[in-house]
Design a protein around this ligand. Sequence first.
Ligand code: F6P
Length: 411
Amino acid sequence: MAKSAPEPTRLVLCMVGLPARGKTWIARKIARYLAWLGYNAQVFNAGDYRRKWLGAGHRADFFDPRNDEGARARSEMAELALADLLGFMRLGGEVALYDATNTTRSRRDQVRARCSAAGCTVVFVESVCEDPSILEANIRETKLSSPDYAGIDPEDAVRDFRQRIDHYAKVYEPVHADEPASSVRLIDVGRIVVLHRIEGYLPARLVSLLINLHVVRRPIWLTRHGESTHNVEDRIGGDPDLSPRGHRYAAQLARFVRRQAMEPPVVWCSTLRRTIATCAPLAVPAMPWRALDEIDAGVCDGLTYREIAERMPDEYAARRKDKLRYRYPRGESYEDVIERLEPVIIECERQRRPVVIVAHQAVLRALYSYFMDLPRERAPFVEVPLHTLIELVPAPYGYVERRHALAIEAE
Ligand code: F6P
């Protein structure tokens, strides 16, 4: 199984850093990745508690460490978030992300003590930003649209937010090597990563995600291969060639990518003939990945759905009942597909160029559900029609999609 760890997981990832250092972006990314792999993971954001219980719209002076009332209110909100986090872990949560500034050592000591008493391991994930352009982009992209600045002139909001940062900076104590906890320090998201006392199955696994993160914005294009001869007959699996319509889609796809790509993309396909043929007209060579091969339908490979229902009604019914977990005899389940796609996700996160992935229905459903942060249960039902290019464009905390139905010219 994707998530199978040698021991039960009870992990708290405690974010550390000044405002606008991308803590929320990182926390959500980790949570998305873990949920996709099947972990029960949740983010607890102290700012959300503040906005919910005290109302949005606090200006910089509220965050001034000399403002006793503000400091008390903020610490109460951080406590509420931590209490809910510990409640979540008590009820079977596996990974909790504590998304707060946690900028002082005494605060981190308290968080670590409370989490340890609840039987949880704590890893501090500190985000540091030395590159002013990343900071500026983060303030403008995420903070200006925050409810805290609704209706405020953008330049006024930026000024106020910078003051808020200055207030936090006065009391900030970066995580020190003598703190008795594991920590990961990310400098300029992915430029420098420093690991301290990282041990255990899941923390080590998360490191491979964290070292590959970056903030370069580039689209990801997902498409199924052009129509295959099996598609024409409604047969699943196999290694068929493209139909004449499928070849026309391949030509159309190449035209579209040539027109749209601002720079040469990275192109990945499966090792099956239909995706390789779909990539052939593209200007850049495609790299075939075994991990992108279609779900293995085992004993049902090459059959139509109707044939499966007639010859193996129990199998047919079992799949309808639990499509995510159902494993074809001598084949795979959607869960298996998600597991084998993990290296593709990590590599995709690492890439700084646009990525074109030409694959298959089940595989693309699994990838799409990662990028669009869908619950795993929904993955097997995502609409991924033939001859449609799904463009995923980076947005502040994830992606937005555009679908292009590419017209196929008649012969
Ligand atoms: O029908 C095309 C296809 O790619 C098959 O090869 C594959 O078994 C199927 O789609 C996956 O879709 P579903 O999980 O809905 O059967």
